[in-house]
Design a protein around this ligand. Structure first.
Ligand code: DC
Length: 220
């Protein structure tokens, strides 16, 4: 297997990152969480009071961002922000940042660069449509908004973050709307992606199903 790219797209909370991590481990692939990259930009913009409507400010501040990614450790300009990028505050802002064309262009380029010459599984919204439209295996994960909100609540609880279910559900629905209606790289199933509804599936069932597809594609 050489330069194998697996694209996993889908809305927030559909299970992408959990599934991608397991698949990476099982199939010896590098895992790239592209949502975390958008979150790092959102965090930097928030901390530096960047006006998202001011193109020059966005451009200048983007050029000041240096990202280093080591597995699931995310380093922003030398500081480990792995926890800071998962807060409700960043979740609330990130969709507004992710719809800026300049931001997307920079991150798409970086995602291609990081993946060059490797066997990679990437999760995001536009991996199968924009970042790697020729990826041999594309998965599109979906789940009901309620189920996804429940999963996010559980994640927050595990991290000791207190959140209201209705607020989490509203944020998920709002992000779905912003992510799927933006003009640049919207959340959209690629024509050749395999759609899997994870609402009533266990993590193991989903990974088994995708592992079967990996074997089918690679013959390994
Ligand atoms: O997967 P996530 O919830 O961590 O993603 C955070 C945000 O980043 C989400 O609102 C959509 C955006 N995103 C994107 O636009 N394109 C990607 N490839 C990955 C994430």
């Amino acid at each position: 297997m050489k330069n194998f790219i697996m694209a996993i797209d889908g809305p927030a909370g559909s299970g992408k990152s959990t599934i991608a991590k397991i698949l990476a481990e099982k199939n010896n692939l590098t895992y790239l969480d592209t949502g975390a990259m958008y979150r790092m930009v959102a965090l930097y913009f928030f901390e530096n009071n960047v006006d998202l409507d001011n193109d020059m400010e966005v451009k200048i501040n983007l050029s000041k961002i240096k990202m280093d990614i080591e597995k699931d450790k995310f380093i922003l300009n030398g500081k480990d922000v792995s926890k800071d990028i998962r807060t409700p505050r960043v979740s609330g802002l990130v969709s507004f940042v992710a719809r800026i064309k300049r931001v997307r262009e920079k991150l798409v380029e970086l995602q291609r660069e990081i993946s060059r010459g490797k066997n990679v599984v990437l999760d995001g919204r536009d991996i199968g449509t924009v970042v790697f439209p020729d990826a041999p295996l594309k998965i599109f994960l979906i789940a009901s908004a309620e189920e996804r909100a429940k999963r996010r609540m559980k994640e927050y609880e595990e991290k000791g973050i207190k959140e209201d279910f209705e607020a989490v559900l509203a944020n998920i629905k709002e992000r779905d709307m912003i992510d799927s209606t933006r003009s640049e790289g919207p959340l959209k199933k690629a024509d050749d992606a395999v759609e899997i509804d994870t609402s009533f599936m266990t993590i193991e069932e989903v990974t088994d199903e995708i592992t079967r597809l990996v074997k089918e594609k690679t013959g390994e």
